[in-house]
Write a protein that binds this ligand. Structure first.
Ligand code: F6P
Length: 372
C-alpha cells in the first residue's frame, strides 16, 4: 500500500478542496493508497503536523471554499524562525521518511512549484498541482481557482455598471492577479468594461482620460474601468522594473539588502495606484471617480462548475502519476487532457498575458481602451 501526503500552500483559492477530493478519491478508491493531510502548507510539513484523510474526510468538500487543510506562504528553504530564516529541507526529508511516505502532493501556485522542486531535488517524490486565481503558472492551459475568480470579478463589473450609469461616474474596479493581467482582462472583457488596465500594458493617464472623453463626446456619461492590482502607468512601471533589476543584479549581501529595501519602498509608494489614477482621471475628465477594491471575495466561496471539473481531472491525474511511480512533475491541463510537466521547466516562471494574445486583440477590436 502506498502512503501519500497532501498539502495546500500559498494563497487560498476556490477548488482546493475539490482537488484534494479528486486526488484522494482516486488514490484511495482506485488504487487503495493511504492518504494523510499536512496542516497549513509547508508550515505543517516542517512542524510535522498531519492527520489521516479517509473517505469520510473527503466527503462533502467538493463545493466548499478555502482548504480543509489550512494554508500558509512559508518557504521550505527560508522557513521563518525567531532566529531568522532557516533551510528546513533536511527537516522535511526526515519528517517525510518518518511518516513513511511514498509521495507528496503539493497544491499551490508559483511559490509552491519552487518549494516542490527543492524537495524533489532533495530526493522526495513530489507532484505539484497548479492552483491560483491569477492563472500565471507557465506550461498549463489554466489553473484551478481562476475560472471561479473570473466569474466573481465579472459579476462585480456587471454590478458597478448601474451605479456608474446612475451617478454619471467613473468607477475603477481593482481586480487581483498579482503581476499578471489574466483575471482583469478576462473579467473586463466578460463584464464589458470600457477600459481595461493590466500590468503587461503600462498605461498613460492621458490615454485613459482620452478614452473617457471620447465616450463623453459620444453621449456616454459614465465609464467602468477594470484595473489590475499590478497595473501601473509607464513611469511607475519603469521605476518598478529598475528596482527589480537592482535586486537581480545585487552581488553582495549588503547590496542585496539595500536593493530589496529600495524595491519595497517603490512597491509601497505605488500601493495606492488605483486611488491615484481615480484622482488624476477626475482632474482630466471633470467626471467624479470612485474606486472599488474587490480583494478577497475573489478567492472565497464555492468553486464554479468549470473549476470543479478541472480540479477533479487534475487531482485524478495526479493519483495516476503516483500509482505509476512518477515524481518531479506538475500536472498541467492541456487541451482536452492533462500532461505531466517537469517541475524544473515550471519553477520560477511566470505566465504573463502575451501582447498578441487573442483576448487582447478581441478587447481592442470591440473598442475597449487598454490605456496605451
Ligand atoms: O495569488 C493570489 C493572490 O490573491 C494575488 O492575486 C494577490 O496579489 C495575492 O494573492 C495576495 O496575497 P495575500 O493573500 O498574501 O494577501
Amino acid at each position: 500500500t502506498k502512503r501519500v501526503g497532501i498539502l495546500t500552500a500559498g494563497g487560498d483559492s476556490p477548488a482546493l478542496n475539490a482537488t484534494i477530493r479528486g486526488f484522494g478519491k482516486t488514490a484511495i478508491g482506485e488504487y487503495g493508497m493511504e492518504l494523510v493531510g499536512f496542516r497549513d502548507g509547508v508550515t505543517g510539513l516542517v512542524e510535522d503536523r498531519y492527520e489521516p484523510l479517509d473517505g469520510r474526510a473527503l466527503s462533502g468538500i467538493l463545493t466548499v471554499g478555502g482548504t480543509i487543510l489550512g494554508t500558509s506562504r512559508d518557504k521550505v528553504h527560508k522557513f521563518p524562525t525567531p532566529d531568522g530564516p532557516v533551510d528546513m529541507v533536511p527537516t522535511v526529508v526526515e519528517n517525510y521518511e518518518r511518516a513513511g511516505l511514498d509521495a507528496l502532493i503539493m497544491l499551490g501556485g508559483g511559490g509552491t512549484a519552487k518549494n516542490a522542486m527543492r524537495l524533489a531535488n532533495a530526493g522526495l517524490r513530489v507532484i505539484h498541482l497548479p492552483k491560483t486565481i491569477d492563472n500565471d503558472i507557465a506550461l498549463t492551459d489554466t489553473t484551478f481557482g481562476f475560472a471561479t475568480a473570473l466569474e466573481i470579478a465579472t459579476e462585480a463589473i456587471d454590478r458597478v455598471h448601474s451605479t456608474a450609469h446612475s451617478h454619471h461616474r467613473i468607477i475603477l474596479t481593482e481586480i487581483m492577479g498579482h503581476r499578471a493581467g489574466w483575471l482583469t482582462l478576462g473579467a473586463g472583457i466578460a463584464g464589458g468594461a470600457d477600459i481595461i488596465l493590466i500590468p503587461e500594458i503600462p498605461y498613460t493617464v492621458e490615454s485613459v482620460a482620452q478614452t473617457i472623453r471620447a465616450r463623453t463626446a459620444r453621449g456616454s456619461t459614465f465609464s467602468v474601468v477594470a484595473v489590475a492590482e499590478g497595473a501601473r502607468d509607464v513611469a511607475d512601471t519603469a521605476d518598478y522594473q529598475a528596482a527589480q533589476l537592482l535586486v537581480k543584479n545585487a552581488r553582495t549581501p549588503e547590496a542585496q539588502r539595500a536593493a530589496r529595501a529600495h524595491l519595497r519602498h517603490v512597491e509601497d509608494s505605488q500601493r495606492e495606484h488605483t486611488f491615484t489614477l481615480a484622482r488624476e482621471l477626475e482632474a482630466a475628465t471633470g467626471l467624479e471617480a470612485r474606486v472599488t477594491i474587490l480583494g478577497y471575495v475573489q478567492r472565497g466561496g464555492s468553486p464554479s462548475a468549470a473549476d470543479r471539473i478541472l480540479a477533479t481531472r487534475l487531482g485524478a491525474a495526479a493519483a495516476d502519476l503516483v500509482a505509476a511511480g512518477e515524481s518531479g512533475y506538475m500536472v498541467a491541463a492541456r487541451g482536452e487532457g492533462t500532461e505531466p510537466v517537469p517541475l524544473a521547466d515550471v519553477a520560477g516562471k511566470v505566465k504573463l498575458v502575451p501582447l498578441e494574445h487573442d483576448w487582447v486583440t478581441a478587447a481592442r477590436k470591440v473598442g475597449t481602451g487598454l490605456g496605451d
